[in-house]
Write a protein that binds this ligand. Structure first.
Ligand SMILES: NC(=O)c1ccc[n+]([C@@H]2O[C@H](COP(=O)([O-])OP(=O)(O)OC[C@H]3O[C@@H](n4cnc5c(N)ncnc54)[C@H](O)[C@@H]3O)[C@@H](O)[C@H]2O)c1
Length: 251
């Protein structure tokens, strides 16, 4: 087992990519802190995994709730070996002139400031374990996305933060990396498709954006997180790993 009796905290762990991470790490012997604002889904996820895990209800856009999530993870398991900053939202497609600055702040708070704040409170604990941080950014961080300026900017912030924090953390033996997925089959993706006139056609179009012809499965992203959290990736830090089925090629 590649994460036996080590502890991973996954934000947005109840559904989608976060759920994929929880399942992959639990199979490798980890204790998982499933942090999510959806209480019943978080309980259900923690309860569905073999082994000893905990569900923590927290809204990652609220600093006190992030601090509390860290404190409760330490109280329960005594250590943190990896933090996966995954919780995030994608607002509906909106051109800049219709996206008021206040709404942009909401997106930044959930998608970026949460990552910063989680690292702020987790760092003293990660120093003790020489742990790792994995931030779930997005391909939009480097390629942009039409009618999604706020979202893409929040993901770009996660990526540049990853690189800068990796520099600060190298002396402590802590590695910090980001994953840039293209399209992953999650509730977020399906909710977006169902808001369109022809959801099935939209999902087929999205699948075809990847040269390998499909979206990623959530556990495929979870396995990349596991790689970045273990010694298998011991010489990788400060990177934004494209996990995109080739979607960024052949533009
Ligand atoms: N699905 C994709 O194609 C895709 C592609 C690139 C990047 N991403 C990124 O991956 C991450 C996860 O996306 P997903 O598709 O799995 O989303 P999802 O909506 O399917 O699941 C997100 C989970 O995060 C939780 N969450 C949302 N806001 C929260 C908050 N403020 N506090 C605590 N929990 C919160 C939700 O309750 C849910 O359980 C996001 O950061 C997203 O930007 C997704």
């Amino acid at each position: 087992m590649r994460f036996f009796e080590r502890v991973v905290l996954v934000t947005g762990g109840a559904r989608g990519i976060g759920a994929g991470c929880c399942r992959v790490f639990a199979k490798e012997g980890a204790h998982v802190a499933v942090v999510d604002r959806d209480a019943s889904a978080a309980e259900e996820m923690a309860g569905s995994l073999a082994g000893i895990h905990t569900a923590i209800v927290a809204d990652v856009s609220v600093e006190d709730q992030i601090r509390d999530a860290i404190d409760r993870t330490i109280a329960r398991f005594g250590r943190i070996d990896c933090v996966i900053n995954n919780a995030g939202v994608h607002p509906p497609d909106t051109p800049l002139e219709k996206m008021v600055p206040e709404k942009v702040m909401d997106v930044l708070r959930i998608n970026f400031l949460s990552t910063y704040t989680m690292c702020y409170y987790a760092l003293p604990h990660l120093k003790k374990t020489r742990g790792t941080i994995v931030n779930i950014s997005s391909m939009t961080a480097v390629l942009g996305q039409r009618n999604s300026t706020a979202y893409a900017a929040s993901k770009g912030a996660q990526l540049s933060f990853t690189k800068s924090l990796a520099l600060e953390c190298a002396d402590f033996g802590i590695r910090v990396n980001a994953i840039l997925p293209s399209n992953v089959d999650t509730p977020l993706m399906r909710d977006w498709a169902s808001s369109l006139p022809d959801p099935k056609a939209a999902l087929s179009r999205i699948a075809a954006l990847q040269p390998i012809g499909r979206m990623a499965d959530v556990e495929e992203i979870g396995r990349v997180c596991l790689f970045l959290a273990t010694e298998d990736s011991s010489f990788i830090t400060g990177q934004g790993l494209h996990v995109d089925g080739g979607a960024s090629l052949d533009y």
